[in-house]
Write a protein that binds this ligand. Structure first.
Ligand code: KG4
Ligand code: ZN
Length: 357
């Protein structure tokens, strides 16, 4: 079996996930328990409930992953876990479990930055994706463009100054009573709606900076919704679909403009890569593919199952780091905040509590 074999654990938000990945990019096992139902009643992730649910599921998932792969703990070369950024209770559950497993098996620990796991995820399925590439990282807690220069080497170009894109999708869904998480629901409805009926702003489009902003979009949407509500006692389904379509079209325009500009300022000829939960959105993927094509760049997006949080991306980041000798001591801390570009200037806002990725 091609070495290294790495066990990866992800517990930074509302997915408890474990995977085994080897050096030949094979996913030997992949286990995931989503807590969506545990949090649905609250309209978002409740950190305490998430941490308890991780404790409940994690041991069983580790055992099931090893069984699926036909491996014993002693067969792995390293144990990797998300060590941040994220909801700290959950991160601690995953990291402490990984430390215990590493100690018990006498294997090295790899403390993975959740953002790095997203950032490197496209290399798990595309062996030809070399450094550097321009990454658009779009998830529930982040929206940024980064030059990925290598493993552990990131240069941030632009970032949201307020809401993350996934957060904007989730708030839009909440506004329209579509439940949590909002992204997939908004995408489904948007596909049936008219994106031209409602006029929404395109924050920062044409701006010289490389930053993003989504909070104005959300407020404009709320005003449109309230107007409809006042006019006739509540939006009907067609209104909702049109609102979702308008929202998604505005997001697409914003991302396309910002990314085109970032491609200009990033390394010449670098591929465009999109990763993170929002990268699962087909309309946005298609739009970004066009941006890349217009700029004469290659475009890469991970398969959908690899976009939203999962254990395979953590295990793969573990493989990449382990190969370079980047392992961590057993007292490595869990970090609620952990920017990929530590030398970069701080960004105002910067996404939901700076916690989720
Ligand atoms: O990376 P991720 O799984 O979790 C973290 O934030 O760490 O991203 C989750 C986010 C949520 O905000 C969710 O609404 C959004 O990704 N998302 C989508 C889609 N699928 C998930 N947003 C738009 N379209 C989708 N199809
Ligand atoms: Zn994530």
């Amino acid at each position: 079996m091609p070495r290294p074999i790495v066990l990866g654990i992800e517990t930074s938000c509302d997915e408890t996930a474990v995977a085994l990945v080897d050096g030949a990019r094979r996913v030997l096992a992949h286990k995931l328990v989503s807590q969506i139902e545990d949090h649905a009643a609250y309209g978002g992730v409740v950190p305490e409930i998430a941490a308890r649910a991780h404790i409940e599921h994690l041991d069983r998932l580790v055992k099931a992953a090893l069984d699926d792969a036909g491996l014993a703990l002693g067969d792995v070369d390293a144990v990797a876990a998300t060590a941040g950024p994220g909801l700290i209770g959950g991160v601690m559950v995953g990291l402490v479990t990984a430390k215990a497993l590493a100690l018990a098996a006498g294997k090295p620990l790899v403390a993975v930055n959740h953002l790095e796991a997203h950032a490197l995820s496209p290399r798990l399925t595309d062996p030809d994706l070399g450094f550097p590439y321009l990454l658009l990282l779009v998830s529930g807690g982040h929206c940024q463009t980064l030059v990925v220069e290598g493993v552990g080497r990131y240069r941030r170009l632009g970032s949201t100054i307020d809401d993350a894109v996934g957060e904007a999708f989730d708030k839009t869904a909440k506004l329209m009573g579509l439940g949590y998480p909002g992204g997939p629901a908004v995408e489904r409805l948007a596909a049936t709606g008219d994106p031209m009926r409602f006029d929404l702003p395109r924050p920062f489009v044409g701006d010289r900076s490389l930053n993003f902003s989504f909070s104005g979009l959300k407020s404009a949407l709320r005003r449109q919704g309230e107007r409809l509500l006042a006019e006739r006692g509540g939006p009907v389904d067609a209104d909702r679909a049109d609102l979702c379509a308008a929202f998604q079209a505005a997001v697409a325009d914003c991302l396309a403009d910002r990314v085109a500009r970032a491609l200009d300022r990033g390394p010449a000829g670098a591929a465009l890569v999109v990763a993170g939960g929002v990268a699962a959105n087909q309309a946005l993927r298609a739009r970004l593919a066009r941006v890349a094509a217009d700029a004469g760049r290659a475009f890469q997006a991970p398969p959908l199952w690899l976009c939203t949080d999962n254990g395979a991306m953590v295990a793969w980041a573990g493989v990449e780091r382990f190969r370079l000798g980047f392992t961590d001591p057993l007292d490595v801390p869990a970090r609620p905040r952990w920017p990929l570009d530590e030398a970069g200037a701080p960004v105002y806002g910067g996404g939901r509590k700076g916690a989720k990725a």
